[in-house]
Design a protein around this ligand. Structure first.
Ligand SMILES: [Zn+2]
Length: 248
């Protein structure tokens, strides 16, 4: 059977039989795939150490490239992000990230740039960078790379750039108050500037950026609305919090 090696992040895991577990992985090479880890429930398997929730590992997968279920035959832990896992706000944001990768990407869809975004976010959370800043950056960049980011520069009806604009989920765009005085999610000029800065900034600059309370609330409402539109439901990251306890 052919094998391949790839860096991978562990998104979730569930018991498969008395001895085995199925691990959902977000890999650098193949995107999201599932792999069975044989014997990990029964013995002190060396694989156990590298298949913790949100760990990054170099894994060897046996199977053909488009196979539904690979066999995880070898693994080497690259990073377990121990500080992130002791920081509840960071863990909450990381759980949202894992759910987005799980729910909004297709199996076998290689997304190396998004893999890199996820890896960078985990490292920043682990290093103690503001959890909300990193989470906001990841989600906005993720939506951009998936082609789901609306433009927030000018009114989609008249083309003007005014102080007060609103985002309307049903048209996936922003309008000024003159064109549409009511409804939508308010985005101030400062918030829109921050959204554009997030897209343009190198991740090493994130620790120096500050999100004001208003901008944080407006951006979070915007992100939740876009995600809900594409997912057909709100995120339910609670299950991931439970997975933490299960896999640690
Ligand atoms: Zn307008």
């Amino acid at each position: 059977m052919p094998t391949l090696r790839t860096p991978a992040l562990v998104l979730r895991a569930y018991d498969f039989s008395e001895a085995d577990r199925v691990i959902v992985l977000f890999t650098q090479t193949l995107g999201k795939v599932k792999g069975v880890a044989k014997g990990v429930r029964r013995t002190a398997s060396r694989l156990n150490g590298c298949l913790g929730w949100l760990s990054r590992a170099e894994l060897q997968l046996a199977g053909r490239e488009n196979q539904d279920l690979f066999r995880i035959t070898q693994g080497q832990l690259l990073q377990s992000y121990p500080h992130l896992k002791e920081n509840l706000p960071a863990l909450g944001r990381a759980a949202r990230m894992a759910e987005l990768l799980f729910s909004l990407t297709h199996d076998h869809q290689p997304l190396p740039e998004i893999f890199e975004l996820a890896e960078t976010s985990l490292s920043l959370w682990d290093a103690g960078t503001d959890p909300n800043m990193v989470g906001t950056w990841f989600e906005w960049m993720f939506l951009d790379r998936m082609g789901y980011r609306p433009q927030v520069e000018v009114c989609q009806q008249c083309g003007n750039d005014t102080e007060h604009m609103s985002y309307h989920p049903e048209t996936d765009g922003i309008t000024c108050r003159a064109c549409r005085p009511h409804g939508g999610i308010v985005l101030s000029a400062g918030t829109r500037k921050m959204l554009n800065k997030l897209i343009a900034s190198h991740p090493t600059l994130l620790p120096s950026l500050r999100l004001g309370e208003d901008a944080q609330t407006q951006i979070q409402t915007l992100l939740d609305s876009i995600i809900r539109n594409h997912l057909g439901r709100p995120l339910k990251s609670d299950s991931f919090q439970r997975a933490v306890c299960d896999l640690k």
